[in-house]
Structure formats: C-alpha cells, structure tokens
Design a protein around this ligand. Structure first.
Ligand code: NAP
Ligand code: GCO
Length: 265
C-alpha cells in the first residue's frame, strides 16, 4: 500500500505567510508539490514575500487581504479561485499576540487579538468550505499554540483565542467530516520567529533573556524550535496520508507538554 504524502496538483492558501511560520509551512508544502497562495495585510510585505519565495525557487501567488475583514476575505478567495484555482488546503496561520497583564489590557486590545486569532480562522474557513464540499475533499489546518492547552501571565487574550481555535478545529471536523474535509490543528512550541523575538532578546549585560532561559528549561531538547520544523507535520496533515486524522491538534513542541521542566541541578 503506497502512503501518499504528495501535494502535487493541490492549491494551498496559507494566511499571513510572507515570513515566519507561515512561510516555512508554505515552503514545505511547495516542496511536496503544492501551488502556494498567501496573503498579508500590506502590499510591501506581499511583495517581499513573493521575492522570498522566488529566492527559494517557489512561484507563489500573493494577495493583500486583512483576514479579519469578511468582505475582503470573500473577495480574495474568489480572486484566488479565478486566477489560480480552487483552494484544496487552507492553513489559518495569520496571528498576533499582545503580552499585557489582563487587568491592564483594554477590552479593545482583547478583542483585537480574538479578532485575528479566532474570528479570522472562522471567516476564512467559512469562505473556502463550500467549494471543498462541492469538490468532495478539503484540508484545513489551524495554527494553534501551547496556549491552546496552557496559560501564562500576560497572554490572556491570546490563550483565550488559541483555546477557542482548538475547539473551532474540532467543530469544523464534526460538522464537515462527512464531506471528506479534514480539519486539524498544529500546536507549535516556542519557535524562533519575529513574534517571539522580544522573548529572546539579549539583556544589556549580554546574558540570555530570562524567558529564553525559561523556555530552554521547559523544552526537553533544551532549545527553541525552528519554523522549518513545522513543515513536515503540516505536509502530513495536508496530504492524503492523514485522511483518517480529523479534529486532532498535533503538538510540535519538542516535548514541552510532556515535561515538568528541568530539575534544579
Ligand atoms: P509572526 O512572525 O508575527 O507572523 C504573523 C504573520 O501574520 C505576519 O505575516 C503578519 O503580517 C500576519 N498577520 C497578522 N495579522 C494579520 C491580518 N489581520 N491579516 C493578514 N495577515 C495578518 O508570527 P509567527 O511566529 O510566524 O506565528 C504564526 C502563527 O503561529 C500565529 O498564529 C501564531 O500565533 C502561531 N504560533 C507562533 C508560535 C511561535 O513561537 N512563534 C508558537 C505557536 C503558535 P504583518 O507582518 O503584516 O503583521
Ligand atoms: C508567549 C509566546 C507564545 C508562542 C506560542 C507558544 O508569549 O508565550 O509568544 O505564545 O507564541 O504561542 O506555543
């Protein structure tokens, strides 16, 4: 029995993928044969993204679109379908975080994080599911987080959003599994991207950021993970090899969730 990890002939739409985790996942999917479509909020970032994909030998299609804007998302999905083709694989990757103690966070700030990290995956998934139903297949991958399972100080909005995204993943699985649509999540651990750069900044005395040391002690591999390490799991969840996997959150965290943390020496 041949296991099919190939994405040949498939069109993958990865949101917020000019750089970071989205770029790494899209690049991995391109290596597996997928045609890549991505978006970003600003034209200059889309242009930078297209250039970066080209440098990696990938002929990606870029669109300017704010994923929280339902009208813009519907128009963009229509344009993609017309100009590139129907979307087979959706990766809801675009996301933001605000690290503010809850009682100092305004409701507007809380709502903004929920809007991008939870409402937007709902909006974009809703825009692509009808066409997936028509064509009898589809893959949706939601980028969740350690905060889909754990809390920590200052990330109340982000944890609420990512916890909700875990349940949205399970609900799309429940509602659309009968149409051969698989909706799963990837829960990255701590990844070296611009989003976590503030947590890894060297201190004025040149020492490691306390949070950097904390994560190294919480990760069995004793290191931050790289965006490229998410590509293989994403290709698996985008391929026919995972057709029987649905509603699952695949934690790619180097073992953080399994580990109480490094014992004092
Ligand atoms: P990142 O470096 O901050 O990149 C986020 C991307 O999303 C950027 O391209 C950003 O575009 C885009 N974006 C933000 N808001 C958007 C909107 N309204 N519409 C369209 N695009 C938007 O983040 P990352 O570290 O690669 O993270 C990507 C995803 O993985 C996020 O969902 C994040 O929560 C999740 N995650 C990250 C980690 C980690 O350790 N890095 C771990 C677990 C989960 P702009 O540059 O224009 O803002
Ligand atoms: C933080 C980090 C995390 C990571 C990721 C962990 O401030 O704790 O930004 O939230 O982004 O979500 O899985």
């Amino acid at each position: 029995m041949s296991v099919n990890f190939s994405l040949e002939g498939k069109i993958a739409f990865v949101t917020g993928a000019s750089y970071g985790i989205g770029f790494a996942i899209a690049s991995g999917m391109a290596q597996a044969g997928a045609k890549i479509v991505f978006n970003d909020i600003k034209q200059e970032l889309v242009d930078k993204g297209i250039a970066a994909y080209k440098e990696a030998g990938i002929d990606a299609h870029g669109y300017v679109c704010d994923v929280t804007n339902e009208e813009a998302v519907n128009e963009t999905v229509e344009k993609i379908t017309k100009e590139v083709g129907p979307i087979d694989i959706l990766v809801n990757n675009a996301g933001i975080i605000k690290r503010i103690p809850m009682c100092e966070m305004t409701a507007a700030e809380f709502r903004q994080v929920i809007d991008v990290d939870l409402n937007a995956p709902f909006i974009v998934s809703k825009a692509v599911i009808p066409s997936m139903i028509e064509r009898g297949h589809g893959k949706i991958i939601n980028i969740c987080s350690m905060m889909s399972e754990l809390g920590r100080e200052t990330v109340s909005a982000y944890a609420a959003a990512k916890g909700g995204l875990k349940m949205l993943t399970r609900n799309i699985c429940s509602e659309y599994g009968k149409y051969n649509i698989q909706c799963n999540g990837i829960g990255p651990g701590y990844i070296e991207t611009p989003q976590t750069a503030p947590l890894r900044e060297r201190q004025p005395d040149g020492s490691r950021h306390p949070f950097d040391s904390f994560i190294v002690a919480k990760t069995p591999a004793e290191r931050w993970l790289k965006p490229e390490e998410l590509a293989g799991p994403a290709v698996f969840l985008a391929s026919e090899a995972s057709d029987a996997v649905n509603g699952h959150i695949l934690y790619v965290d180097g073992g953080i969730l399994a580990y109480i943390g490094k014992q004092p020496q």
